[in-house]
Design a protein around this ligand. Structure first.
Ligand code: URP
Ligand code: ZN
Ligand code: ZN
Length: 454
């Protein structure tokens, strides 16, 4: 159905203009003033901002992890995404020994075809090269629209870690086939040593989750990965960066023209490691953990300077009873927290309060993710793009509470956080999927986003 969004301020990564946006067949077909309105649906956005939908390039939906499965199904996670102004979600399906990339992705596509409420794409986690077969398969995966692959330097006991040789092979193959490697960087041996020491000393609270993987543990792995990417001249995307030293190393390498991209997450911008001293500290357990104030300040500085490329969530919630497994032993707490519904409202609230510009918030949450990961039809309000649009009311005072969220989890680390401004409507390819607090979309509406190679 044809539709026009009138009287709003259209915000992109580069400009803010008063303009009307005309939509037909799920696409933006015109932007301007005095566009014709006869016979079409008119949405009045007076006093509101008209923004591109966010792209959360880091979620773990229904992921087997930490002795359980993350609490949001593809349906619940993408429903929550829609209600937080996220119109494309990237998931991280995991390849295990013996499995092909195609098998992994096809099984997720079958689920998303029925459940996804917004559009979706996949980065495939690689845990085993299957004697080189995975490297052989990467070119065809790229042709099918899977243009990024993830490695873990951690989760050794869980069988998810790759060693440096595997990482180097993946970096080189990705470069050759027009893909990119995403990396979770922490040093597994330091973590294991610290854990062993703390448990032997009876130090079992959530605070020791932080102390077993503090700043230097992440920094060592960041620097190692940056070193490899720099010398192999391969693209590298560092996920969920949380520490100052590693961040600065990545920024320095980029100044020397290394093809490195930096992601951080809202939880690292809002919370410090002090949360692990709280009675409910286990609920904040994720890896890497929140760091100290110095790291948080460095992250905000890099956000403001344009040195961080993407803010995404690492959405991986668990229920309270699962977090409680670790009340007496921090190593038993499933790692991960909620965020997909909070990403855009949080970053836009920061903009609304003058910490960054709205243009920068959009660049971090929508335009850069689309560019970096090859989503040609997403990431801006422009003629020819998908009509993935958020209408944002800058005057709403919103306090986050779990009952206002649209996920399946029973608690959130964002409880009580106050935001200035909030999305009031989300359109996914021109279809209204979220309206003033309510999800009104449809499971199965979301489409696979076939990405372009680098
Ligand atoms: O704690 C986290 N981040 N859980 C999800 C898996 C990962 O490491 O990204
Ligand atoms: Zn990770
Ligand atoms: Zn993650």
């Amino acid at each position: 159905m044809d539709m026009i969004i009138k009287n709003g301020s259209v915000v992109t990564a580069s400009e803010t203009v008063k303009a009307d946006v005309m939509i037909s067949d799920g696409k933006i077909i015109a932007i301007g003033s005095n566009l014709p309105t006869a016979g079409i649906t008119v949405v009045d956005a007076k006093g509101k901002l008209v923004l591109p939908g966010a792209i959360d390039v880091h979620t773990h939906l229904a992921m087997p992890f930490g002795g359980t499965t993350s609490a949001d199904s593809y349906l619940a996670g993408t429903r929550a995404a829609a209600c937080g102004g996220v119109t494309t979600v990237f998931d991280y399906p995991m390849q295990r020994k013996g499995m092909t990339i195609k098998e992994v992705i096809d099984s997720k596509k079958a689920i998303c075809a029925k459940e996804a409420c917004v559009d979706y794409a996949y980065h495939c986690i690689i845990t085993d090269l299957n004697d080189g077969a995975i490297l052989e398969e990467m070119a065809s995966a790229v042709e099918s629209g899977i243009t990024s692959f993830k490695c873990f330097f951690v989760y050794k006991k869980e069988g998810m870690m790759v060693d440096d040789g595997t990482f180097a092979r993946l970096l080189l193959k990705a470069k050759e086939v027009g893909a990119m490697i995403n990396l979770h960087a922490e040093n597994p041996d330091l973590i294991d040593y610290n854990i062993e020491t703390f448990l032997a000393e009876g130090k079992t609270s959530a605070w020791y989750h932080y102390l077993s993987r503090p700043e230097y543990v992440e920094a060592e792995a960041d620097k190692r990965a940056v070193h490899w990417a720099k010398h192999l001249q391969a693209p590298l995307y560092l996920v969920h960066m949380a520490d100052k030293e590693g961040l600065e190393a990545a920024i320095e390498a980029r100044k020397e023209h290394s093809d490195i991209y930096i992601e951080t997450c809202p939880q690292y911008l809002e919370f410090t490691c002090d949360v692990y001293k709280r009675e409910d500290g286990r609920n904040f357990v994720c890896s890497p953990p929140m760091k100290g104030q110095e790291s948080q300040d460095a992250l905000w500085k890099a956000i403001k300077n344009g040195e961080i490329d993407v803010v995404a969530t690492d959405h991986c919630p668990f229920q309270s009873y699962e977090k409680d497994w670790g009340i007496d032993d921090f190593t038993k707490i499933p790692n991960g927290c909620a965020g997909v519904e909070n990403l855009y409202p949080y970053m836009l609230s920061a903009a609304n309060q003058g910490k960054i510009s709205f243009n920068r918030a959009i660049e971090l949450c929508s335009t850069n993710p689309a560019k970096i990961f090859g989503c040609a039809n997403k990431g801006s309000i422009a003629v020819g793009k998908d009509a993935d649009i958020v209408i944002y009311d800058p005057d709403i005072d919103f306090t986050i509470t779990v009952d206002k969220m649209h996920s399946d989890y029973d608690h959130t680390i964002w409880e009580g956080i106050q935001l200035k401004g909030y999305p009031i409507q989300t359109y996914s390819r021109g279809r209204l999927v979220y309206d003033h607090g309510d999800f009104i979309g449809e499971p199965g509406w979301g489409q696979f986003v076939k990405r372009e190679k680098r």
